[in-house]
Design a protein around this ligand. Structure first.
Ligand SMILES: [Zn+2]
Length: 407
């Protein structure tokens, strides 16, 4: 019955759009997906988030949202908009090697790689499917949004500018709402990195991190005012990609000392280390060294990573993974050992400190709903429901979110 009603609603929207002289089937209420990078759900209890708390009370929030492994930025942002685990969507790390794509590594600072669709094409994000359905989209920064994934770009996708203040990001999104009636966007994204930066530099418990939390909350307040003054009744989905754990130079794991010299190539290190043998003939010696019991971490060949991490099948995952206990850091040099301080993420995605935030409010959501913890793959089918577009097959399931919806 709900399906028939939805189909009728879609048809009605389409007819109204035709009458208005445009064929694009925009959703009745625009959907705004906001990411607050590194925002742990317990930050909402620090007394500096009146806007977020008001939204949570007016709509739904989750006690926690489980990120996907590895609990880092690019893999989880792509999971949120595809519903697929990093192993399935192909953005398996912030740093990747894939000779089939390029001789150069994928890194966050490699501007060429970030716009190369071949890194992203293993999945299809919300904005691509929406654009194919005639819904215009605008992304105010989201990993992947600068690439023409499957040949499709958002209608507007400004190039990432880390120096652009939070308020200016909000103002740019609000300016999109002032476009002529037939050219407005049905799906928009917004991204704030202040909390993640402060969490890394000073640690999650620091006053500076609380200040960044307050700053992002004020930016959300500015967004809410801008929506109200324009009489835009949007569905807001506010998430984070992962949490943050306190680290210390007292808790470092010098893995390199346990490995035969010249046997390995480090791809990433920190909360986890991803390692390849330096040449095929070194693989067994490396495996033997990693098989010895190492305190405060566990190592696996990629094929043997525990199933609950859903990681290791993708060709881009390096041959070996070592995962540190939360709060510990795997290092490959004395120099990097001395530099460990502040906060880090990337640990086991079930670790409480890695938990992410979920708040949703707007006409589609019931007031005052508190959802039990769910996996971040489940956000994707929710976004597609809000857009009235059928979701593609994914690892997500909308069921845990249904108690929050009005329908
Ligand atoms: Zn992040």
């Amino acid at each position: 019955m709900a399906g028939i009603l939805r189909a009728m609603k879609t048809l009605l929207t389409l007819l109204l759009a035709l009458v208005a002289g445009t064929v694009a089937a925009q959703p009745a209420h625009p959907v705004i997906l906001v990411s607050m990078d590194g925002f742990r759900p317990d930050y909402l209890a620090r007394g500096v988030t009146p806007n977020l708390n008001r939204l949570a009370a007016a709509g739904a929030r989750a006690v926690a949202m489980r990120p996907s492994f590895p609990s880092i930025t690019f893999p989880n942002h792509y999971t949120l908009v595809t519903g697929m685990r990093p192993d399935h969507h192909g953005i398996v790390d912030n740093t990747m090697i894939d000779k089939a794509v390029s001789d150069r590594r994928f890194t966050l600072s490699n501007a060429e790689a970030v716009v190369d669709r071949r890194w992203w094409d293993q999945a299809e994000p919300v904005w691509v499917t929406a654009e194919r359905h005639g819904i215009r989209t605008g992304t105010m920064f989201w990993p992947g949004s600068e690439a023409a994934i499957h040949g499709v770009r958002p209608t507007v996708a400004p190039r990432f500018d880390g120096k652009l203040p939070a308020d200016a990001r909000v103002d740019m999104l609000l300016s999109w709402l002032d476009r002529p009636a037939g050219q407005r966007f049905g799906f928009m994204t917004l991204y704030f990195d202040d909390v993640d930066h402060a969490g890394h530099t000073f640690g999650p418990a620091a006053a500076q991190t609380t200040e960044a939390v307050a700053l992002v909350d004020q930016a959300i307040g500015r967004l809410l005012e801008g929506l109200a003054s324009r009489h835009v009744d949007a569905n807001l989905v506010i998430v984070s990609d992962h949490g943050m754990a306190e680290v210390s130079s007292e808790r470092v794991l010098p893995l390199y000392r346990a490995l035969p010299p010249d046997s390995y190539e480090e791809v990433t290190s920190g909360p986890y280390a991803a390692i390849n043998p330096s040449s095929p003939d070194k693989e067994e010696a490396l495996a033997a060294a990693l098989a010895m019991s190492l305190a405060h971490m566990q190592c696996w060949r990629k094929q043997e990573i525990p199933a609950r991490l859903a990681y290791g099948r993708n060709a881009r995952v390096p041959a070996f993974l070592c995962l540190a206990e939360p709060g510990w850091s795997i290092v490959f040099s004395e120099k990097s050992a001395a530099k460990v301080k502040g906060g880090k993420h990337g640990y086991d995605n079930a670790a409480p400190d890695m938990a992410a935030t979920f708040i949703a409010a707007g006409p589609a959501f019931k007031p005052g709903v508190v959802l039990q913890a769910f996996d971040n793959v489940d956000v994707y089918p929710l976004l597609m429901r809000l857009l009235d577009v059928a979701p593609l097959p994914s690892d997500g399931d909308i069921t845990p979110l249904l108690p929050a919806l009005v329908e």
